[in-house]
Design a protein around this ligand. Structure first.
Ligand code: GLC
Length: 403
């Protein structure tokens, strides 16, 4: 099951040398020859997949999704299908291979991102889709079939030479159906999960940079993604970094609803992850680790609780315990819970790991016994929640029930 994992998304390519955006080639109309010459400058001497994987691991992340080929068409692995690849840079080594080996060593799952738009390949142009540069070869008709053959050959390399692949992240729906493509991936990587931006409906959906979700629990496998900053996915020098509050709240919400979450960083041309991005990951990780895995592999809470005061709560269940995720924080130091399934044995604030005092109380306002409201006067009063100490993160409460 794909559900409920936190992962690190990594957007890295020769665009990092422009220090702006992974799509600068198109947005700034950089002449192709000038852009493609960037490969001759790509020499990430400080690339340490060991450090990348360790950073992800320490933050509680379980997988890394790496951009093998972004819209610019540059291939970050040793592909035999094109010379436009990392082996022909001054660095001259297969960065994906190095990452895959390190993931294997540190027990990190590896996922691959692959862009359908391709601004380099002769037939990468697809008039049906978005994020398209003018056709590379203006003299010839777009030939999506020939391009799909190229993709298949690359899939064979990516799904054979880099060990087990956890998920496949297609980007930009091609609006062309070809079921044989995902079939090929599944044949080479049994058990893989494929997203819904490819040549058929795939296995899971991919809400992107979204912070509002309507439903209480996803009914389809979902992997949301966002970046540590709100401007670009690739390295950007003057990136506007997200607040820890925003990041932890959205991660909490998505994962409490049963989804997975990919948090992106864009490494610099040196191979290092920018210090501010590292700082975001560490701070998110500090919060995430205090959640003790309660965001992973949980189930829907069938019981309908009544909780006063606050509405932004997602409730789920794991190992018989109930978890209440107040992803926008609390309005006071208490919550009142009506209509509970058994008596609580222990109530704990996950943020601090400490027990919270609670007692059973009767609503002070007295209703006549025959009044509807009078029937439901008993509540669990959870008090002394130090919510002000955790304003930068969601408040998560764990309830252990008596047998
Ligand atoms: C969008 C962007 C692309 C990025 C992707 C990540 O599709 O256009 O640059 O790689 O989001 O999901």
């Amino acid at each position: 099951m794909l559900n409920n994992k936190l992962g690190m998304f990594i957007h890295w390519g020769i665009y990092s040398l422009l220090e702006k955006h992974e799509q600068t080639l198109m947005w700034d109309e950089v002449p192709h020859a000038e852009y493609e010459a960037l490969m001759h400058k790509f020499n990430p001497k400080k690339y340490s997949p060991k450090k990348w994987v360790r950073l992800a691991k320490e933050a509680g992340m379980k997988y890394i999704c790496f951009t093998t080929k972004h819209h610019d068409g540059f291939c970050m692995w040793d592909t035999k299908q094109s010379d436009y690849n990392v082996m022909n840079t001054p660095y001259g080594k297969d960065v994906l291979k190095e990452l895959a080996e390190e993931c294997e060593k540190q027990g990190m799952l590896l996922s691959l991102y692959y862009s359908n738009p391709d601004w380099h390949h002769e037939f990468g142009y697809n008039p049906k889709s978005s994020h398209q540069e003018a056709a590379k070869n203006q003299d010839k008709e777009p030939n999506n079939e020939a391009y799909r053959e190229y993709i298949k050959e690359q899939i064979k390399e990516l799904c054979t030479n880099y060990g087990k692949i956890y998920t496949w992240f297609w980007d930009i729906p091609p609006k062309v159906e070809d079921r044989s493509i995902n079939e090929l991936i599944r044949e080479l990587q049994p058990g893989i999960f494929i997203n819904d931006r490819g040549y058929d409906e795939g296995d899971f959906s991919t809400p992107e940079r979204q912070s509002h979700y309507e439903q209480a629990r996803f009914d389809k496998m979902t992997e949301a993604c966002d970046s540590v900053g709100n401007q670009a996915w690739g390295y950007r020098k003057d990136e506007d970094y997200h607040t820890i509050r925003y990041l932890t709240q959205t991660i909490d919400r998505v994962m409490a609803m049963g989804g997975s979450y990919l948090l992106n960083v864009g490494p610099m041309p040196t191979g290092e992850i920018p210090a501010k991005a590292v700082d975001r990951i560490k701070k998110v990780g500090d919060w995430y680790n205090r959640m003790e895995g309660c965001l992973e592999n949980h189930e829907e809470e069938p019981h309908k609780f009544g909780i006063t005061d606050i509405s932004d709560v997602v409730i789920n269940k794991k190992d018989g315990k109930t978890y209440m995720h107040f992803f926008h924080g609390l309005t006071s130091s208490s919550i009142q819970i009506y209509n509970w399934p058994a008596n609580p044995e222990r109530i704990r604030l996950m943020n601090s790991g400490k027990d919270l005092p609670f007692k059973f109380e009767l609503l002070e306002r007295n209703y006549p016994a025959d009044n509807e409201k009078g029937k439901d006067r008993l509540y669990i009063h959870v008090q002394e929640i130090p919510a002000d100490e955790y304003v930068s993160e969601p408040i998560v409460i764990e309830i252990t029930w008596e047998d």
